[in-house]
Design a protein around this ligand. Structure first.
Ligand SMILES: *Cc1c(COP(=O)(O)O)cnc(C)c1O
Length: 396
């Protein structure tokens, strides 16, 4: 029984093993450089895994979204559409570049941005849509791509919850123009607590993202104006480079030690996701007859990787509201239940931008009824049984 609390902990989303330990020590003994060979290898492996041409590692998922907005050419005054039910990073990325956010309400079944409400929100200033693959299940990407293609709008997938998730056989994050992932400690794999990656098939977008990630540094080779200027100073055949800055950029680099861990984590991702899928199946089986609970619906063509396990609580039928459930689960059984997410238009950040309660009824219902149960790849059958038993007992 002693590990049950840790097994049910939502805080750590992955498992590290001997392989990660060895990788850390190997890079440490190589002086733990910033982005180098390990980052390049991790990028290559990730691009291959996701089925895309390019990948660039970054310091976190927020930086991935921010750089993607730069890659998509977002400027002050542009408008970007996303879901009101997500971590604030999805909506903050355009806002921090001076753009405005338009929320589109969620589909009440999948909890993802409802494509049926998307076209109405598109204006002449709409430059990008950020679909968020909430809880680990991909959005309805065909519908979203049809609409955005028609209006020539860039799609940046927020796949922070959806590492390894699939939509009709394609990896989440690989369908829009750009895909963003996070390797924060809670995510399905992690690179020592923080990290992220951006993927794309577009060479020009990739170059822009890569430049802004690291101060827009361009290392000029043999054929640049700088080298030409100084050519006579250097003997022919001698390697010479000159550093230039195309623009003012950022430092959102990942370190090699993180990437080396990422490589080992990526080798295990399908296995780690399978454990989550199995654990979700156990919970679903255990709770399926409990009145008042709406358990997750998985589209037949989706591979849902259960970053979180969402449950809607109908107070009347279950006999208890969300707040009391969260409180009692913690205080009676020591189980920390989450509430991802309070709709973003309730936040001060977006109230100050003119949003009001009543605008997004499906998101608001989720805000009132949604709890997220602990799920991670460490869970033993004993821990899962304790979770299910506690939920059944808490209402009596
Ligand atoms: C975690 C997360 C992010 C941001 O990732 P960080 O690595 O924490 O910056 C963005 N979007 C969603 C949906 C997330 O869950």
């Amino acid at each position: 029984m002693s590990n049950i609390k840790f097994d049910l902990e939502i805080k750590f989303g992955t498992i590290y093993g001997k392989e990660e330990e060895d990788a850390v020590l190997r890079v440490l003994r190589n002086n733990a450089p910033t982005s180098g060979e390990e980052c390049l290898l991790f990028e290559k492996m990730y691009a291959e895994y996701a089925g895309v041409k390019y990948a660039r590692v970054v310091s976190n998922g927020t930086a991935a979204l921010f750089l993607s907005m730069i890659g998509a050419g977002i400027k002050p005054g542009d408008r970007v559409i996303t879901s009101p039910v997500t971590w604030i990073a999805s909506a903050a990325a355009p806002v921090t570049l001076g753009a405005e956010v338009d929320f589109v309400d969620i589909d009440p079944v999948t909890y993802n941005l409802d494509p049926n409400q998307l076209e109405d929100k598109i204006s002449n200033n709409t430059k990008a849509v950020i679909p968020v693959h909430l809880y680990g299940q991909a959005c309805d990407m065909d519908e979203i791509m049809t609409i955005t293609d028609k209006h020539n709008i860039v799609v940046v997938e927020d796949a922070a919850h959806a590492i390894g998730a699939e939509y009709k056989g394609r990896k989440a994050g690989s369908i829009g123009k750009i895909g963003c992932f996070s390797f924060h400690e809670q995510k399905n794999i992690s690179t020592l607590g923080e990290g992220g990656i951006i993927i794309t098939n577009d060479a020009a977008v990739f170059e822009k993202i890569a430049l802004y990630r690291s101060h827009c540094t361009r290392v000029h080779g043999k054929s640049t104006k700088y080298c030409k200027l100084d050519e006579d100073k250097f003997p022919v055949g001698k390697k010479f480079w000159w550093q230039d800055f195309d623009d003012c950029g950022y430092n959102f680099r990942m370190t090699d030690i993180q990437a080396a861990v990422g490589i080992e984590q990526l080798k295990k991702i399908d296995q780690l996701n399978q454990l989550r899928i199995n654990n979700a199946a156990y919970i679903t089986h255990g709770l399926k007859d409990v009145p008042g609970l709406t358990l997750p619906t998985v589209r037949t063509y989706n591979k849902h990787v259960f970053h979180l396990y969402p449950v809607m609580i109908n107070e009347k039928e279950f006999g208890m509201n969300k707040e009391d459930f969260i409180y009692d689960m913690l205080h009676k059984y020591g189980i920390k239940v989450g509430f991802n997410y309070i709709p973003l238009h309730y936040s001060t950040a977006f109230k100050n931008r003119g949003y009001k309660k009543g605008q997004f009824p499906n998101a608001e219902k989720l805000g009132e009824e949604m709890v997220t149960l602990p799920i991670n790849p460490r869970q033993t059958e004993e821990a899962l049984a304790y979770l299910v038993k506690s939920i059944k007992a808490v209402r009596s």
